[in-house]
Design a protein around this ligand. Structure first.
Ligand SMILES: Nc1ncnc2c1ncn2[C@@H]1O[C@H](COP(=O)(O)OP(=O)(O)OP(=O)(O)O)[C@@H](O)[C@H]1O
Ligand SMILES: [Mg+2]
Length: 497
């Protein structure tokens, strides 16, 4: 008797065999997934490395602490972004609100790119492990663990593990600092709060003498690249800037330009809101490296001229028992203020103990009012005067505001700027186009008018002062004559008695 199998029967048999195999596989997966995988992994890896001349290094996104992203992973991600945007076919994009670059690109999962370093070719692949959650849920909660895998030939082991990886991490971190959203911190008492720092100022748009400007740019560049130098000479990696000059000469604008140039955050320290020296110290310790700590109008923030003398005086007063005691609240209010010595400690005491590069910038309209101890070199290393607008500074503003490199009226403006004192803020206001499209000539004429007015007012002021001096001199002479007369009369009357 022959049994006839129809196609349906065969398919049914195959189906049941397949179903049984799947069932067995499911059981294996359910009960022995880890051991089995481990076993296969272990022996296949041993087998492979025997013939395979390449070395692989994995950099996981998360290491150790569960929610802490690995610094190396993100540095590699940033380092590879340029190569990825040119080589990878699938990219991931993220928006970064940055002036120079609107998007951050990185290669998508399971992409591979190559990189060449000193003639050695290496391969970077991105991947992810998916760990299924053990708990049952209608919304499967998968845990994705991303990584980068670096592959290179074993004969380059030394160069890649040393020089190349140092280069990748360093460059990645540097690009990250440049691209990151920078922050502007302000203190409310002893607490820093921050907003995104988005000031468009740059050294290019800053109107000042070009030689002075270049000097500052060079100084900042040397400072920011000077980690090794500062270590070698045994100095803390800090630099103090004192910016002084009349209101509207660009001190605050320069700080913004410095932050943009270096890619640093800004800590705008409001000294009057700080209760005492301890609070000041706490605020300082909380600042991060690659930042500029700013104290604006330092002369208005505290009594920096007489603070020391006053303290001495107070001590003397306390010793003098004959004098009545001050009311306690008054003493308390005085004690709860930052003192000059507290600020000096802030600048060079604890300040030096904080790692990383930091700039500290003081601004003032009255440099002569500051205690020399506060601004001596070593504390405030660089003193920068921001002065009234000169011709070179005007040219920067004319270029920025009116796209003008030269004009027939420039010579007249040059002459007037030498005679009249006008701040860059006022010059800029006059150059601001009032019509659309801009009419450069009318802006320049408006500036000339304003400069002539300033010059006239200054002349009038000078004349008035001169007249007042003359009047005062005359009065003095008259008073002298009268005194003489009185003496004569007195002598006369004495004689007559
Ligand atoms: N040197 C400059 N270059 C370009 N713009 C300037 C310059 N100086 C001033 N300005 C313009 O004038 C405005 C005021 O300048 P800024 O706030 O920097 O002056 P400041 O010196 O900090 O004044 P203050 O002493 O009152 O704080 C700025 O918004 C800027 O547009
Ligand atoms: Mg200012």
């Amino acid at each position: 008797m022959t049994t006839k199998f129809t196609t349906g029967d065969i398919l049914a048999q195959l189906g049941s065999v397949l179903a049984s195999l799947m069932f067995v596989w499911a059981i294996i997966q359910q009960y022995f997934p880890y051991n089995l995988r481990n076993f296969i992994d272990k022996y296949s890896q041993r087998f492979l490395t025997f013939f395979y001349p390449y070395i692989q290094i994995t950099f996981n996104e998360f290491t150790g602490e569960r929610f802490k992203r690995s610094d190396a992973y993100s540095a590699i991600e940033t380092y590879l972004s340029k190569t990825s945007s040119m080589q990878a076919k699938r990219l991931k994009a993220d928006v970064i609100k940055n002036n120079t670059q609107p998007l951050s690109l990185s290669m998508d999962d399971h992409e591979e790119v190559s990189d060449v370093f000193n003639g050695v070719k290496v391969y970077w692949a991105s991947g992810k492990n998916i760990m299924k959650s053990q708990t049952f849920s209608f919304y499967p909660n998968t845990d994705e663990k991303r990584y980068y895998k670096l592959t290179f030939h074993k004969r380059h082991r030394e160069a890649i593990l040393g020089e190349y990886l140092t280069h990748v991490l360093k460059e990645g971190r540097e690009i990250k600092v440049k691209n990151r959203l920078r922050k502007l911190y302000t203190n409310n008492g002893a607490q820093w709060s921050h907003v995104v720092f988005e000031h468009p100022a740059s050294f290019q748009t800053l109107a000042m003498d070009p030689v002075k400007k270049q000097e500052i740019i060079d100084d900042l560049t040397t400072f920011s690249n000077g980690e090794e130098f500062y270590n070698r000479i045994g100095r803390a990696w800090k630099r103090g800037y004192l910016l002084y000059g009349p209101p509207g000469t660009g001190k605050s604008t320069m700080i913004a330009a410095m932050a943009n140039f270096l890619g640093y955050d800004i800590y705008d320290l409001e000294l009057t809101a700080v209760k005492d020296n301890t609070e000041l110290r706490r605020l300082l310790i909380e600042t991060t490296s690659k930042s500029i700590i700013v104290i604006e109008d330092i002369d208005c923030s505290m009594d920096l001229t007489g603070q020391r003398k006053k303290e001495v005086k107070e001590e003397e007063e306390e010793k003098d028992n004959s004098k009545p005691m001050k009311p306690p609240e008054n003493n308390e209010a005085k004690a709860s203020k930052v003192t000059l010595s507290g600020l000096l400690n802030f600048v060079d005491g604890l300040w030096s103990a904080c790692g990383g590069d930091r700039l500290i910038v003081f601004t003032t309209n009255h440099v002569e009012k500051l205690d020399p101890a506060l601004i001596r070199r070593g504390r405030m290393d660089k003193h920068v005067e921001l002065a009234y607008c000169g011709f070179e500074a005007f040219r920067v503003l004319a270029r920025n505001y009116l796209y003008l490199e030269s004009h027939d009226l420039f010579e007249e403006i040059r002459r007037l700027l030498a005679e009249a004192e006008m701040t860059p803020a006022d010059v800029a206001e006059n150059l601001m186009p009032k019509t659309s499209p801009a009419d450069p000539e009318s802006c320049l004429r408006s500036l000339i008018g304003a400069l002539e007015k300033v010059k006239e007012e200054a002349n009038l002021k000078k004349m008035k002062m001169k007249m007042e001096e003359e009047e005062a001199g005359r009065k003095k002479d008259l008073a002298g004559v009268k005194n003489e007369e009185i003496k004569v009369v007195e002598n006369g009357s004495n004689g007559s008695v």
